[in-house]
Design a binder for this molecule. Sequence first.
Ligand code: ATP
Ligand code: MG
Length: 558
Amino acid sequence: MKEENTLNTTENNGLSETGNFIHSYIQDDLGENTNKIHTRFPPEPNGYLHIGHAKSICLNFGLAKLYGGKCNLRFDDTNPTKEDVEYVESIKEDVKWLGFAWEDRLYFASSYFDQFFDIAVDLIKKGKAFVCDLTAEEMREYRGTLQTPGKESPYRNRSVEENLDLFMRMKNGEFKDGEKTLRAKIDMSSPNINMRDPVIYRIAHASHHTTGDKWCIYPMYDFAHPLEDAIENITHSICTMEFEDHRPLYDWVVREAGFKNPPRQIEFARLGLTNTVMSKRKLRALVEDGLVDGWDDPRMPTISGLRRRGYTPESIRDFCERIGVSKANSKVDSGLLEYCIRDDLKGKAKVLMAVLDPLKVVVTNYPEGQVEYVEVENNPVNEEIGKRLVPFTRELYIERSDFMEEPVKKFFRLAPGKEVRFKGAYFLTCTDFVKDENGVVTEVHCTYDPETKCGSGFEGRKVKGTIHWVSADDHVKAEARLYDYMMLDDEETGDLKMNENSLEVLPNVLIEPCVKDAVKGEKFQFMRNGYFCVDTKDTTDDKLVFNRIVSLKSSFKL
Ligand code: ATP
Ligand code: MG
């Protein structure tokens, strides 16, 4: 089976032009020269990207695009133990799929390791860094608290020569992990704990995915990140709120390293979503514990999961535009994301008839062996998608839930003696039904009224219900997977826990014959049942699998 062409247009770029506070910072800093803006998206390749990252991608790439500037894709790969090339490849694929281009600006923090090292040596020479022998635990004790100042390390006043010697020996592998660190010499009594002589290099005898065994010392995030930005001439380093208190250290590092045009760090609030875990660590645990079908399980909030589920790049960019950017952390209703995909697909996707839970209907006065091809519009809100022909035969299937032996009030579908419209075809009246030995209805008998053919101009009488159907002789079988939220609030602890009922598999879905030409990743609306996407992973030439992207109705209000 072919793959859907995923090239997409980028008419929206996931960023509201009408502004958020970041626009005014940029305009203040760059004046007329806003096209000089240079941002970056700096993922750590230790997992797959999620919808929270999409917010950051839309913001960074979106700003550059809006102002005619540049945005780099930079892998922040300074922590060798958790990183992997599998993640690097998936991240590139996801950024591209979202509709953004880094052109020739793909960078790896690990390619700056020599520069970081030289800068650290310069700091030592200037008396701004020292090698410390305190253990992690001792360092915690010395650090002080928000209320009390820290205490200076007894190693703080080592000579420059001794520090240089020890740092070289750290680099040469003479010490074990944790035995020594290199620390910036700033201020142990600073009210900002991040400024209390932070560690800038640690020893880790670990292989790195790009530098192999060249290094056994690795720079800390707070040291490496500002340098990466400065080396790449980033003008605005946009990050999430938890780095706000690290900003003085960010500024200290680029200043002490002697960069002339230091980047400006700007913080914004992380995206949180209801019923969703949004941390690579927790998502990785779900994958490793086998609770989901990999990082691209259609229930996962990962970009690859959303893509497999059937979300489009346009819908995700639209979502990022709608949620906006602010400094206040808050949780967005997952219903908004669902709204965005419905809104995107409503005029694009073909609307077909598919029966999820089939019940046979025999039209007793319809000639055996006769087939009529009735015309049905492909999309009620977009005439351009045209029409198709659907075979109507004596034996049909309808949704089991569209028949009731003893109809309750306001049930306007099929029941003994009741007449309904079969979409695009005729009015049918239920005359009888058959049950098996367990009392389960196995067949419904109807008669059709030839006068009522749809499109024939018949206006004789009205019916209250229209139901969907497929021919029993000519249809395509498929499996459909219906999803509920992967995570639920645990009422006792307030934490999120896995929803045991988040996947329902329907093995015997019957769809109109035209669906046989569907390609992997193609999206449809199944009338009354929701939006569905051909699964890219489990669909084969012999088996068609659909993921329900979203149902048609929602309690969410814009
Ligand atoms: P996680 O906690 O999920 O592992 P992270 O922040 O450690 O996320 P990184 O790979 O370091 O993941 O993130 C790359 C960029 O994406 C960073 O600039 C980070 O601030 C941003 N980002 C990560 N999560 C979110 C989120 N939920 N909302 C907005 N931006 C995010
Ligand atoms: Mg991280």
